[in-house]
Design a protein around this ligand. Sequence first.
Ligand SMILES: [Zn+2]
Ligand SMILES: [Zn+2]
Length: 96
Amino acid sequence: MSGTFARETVMRAWLRAAARCECKRTTHGHSGRCNRLLVWSNRGRDSSSGWEADSRDNRSDTSLSNCEILCWECHSHIFNSISSRSSTRSASAHRI
Ligand SMILES: [Zn+2]
Ligand SMILES: [Zn+2]
């Protein structure tokens, strides 16, 4: 789960992100970076300006470079795709 980053790391990532979603995933419908404007006090909230600090890849890496500021929508996208992938295992048998 999230929340493994130190508060200082999250604050630095937040400043780096300029209070905007850093997501660049191509499967979310936003072109390029998401850039949704976020509100600091809405961390962990399911709202249009809600957000969470997620790991880019390695969940055990709590450094600033692995900390990604994501709006709630992108954060949910990633968690939904993880859970739906495991429930549709038969489809993944056909992957290259
Ligand atoms: Zn986003
Ligand atoms: Zn996204």
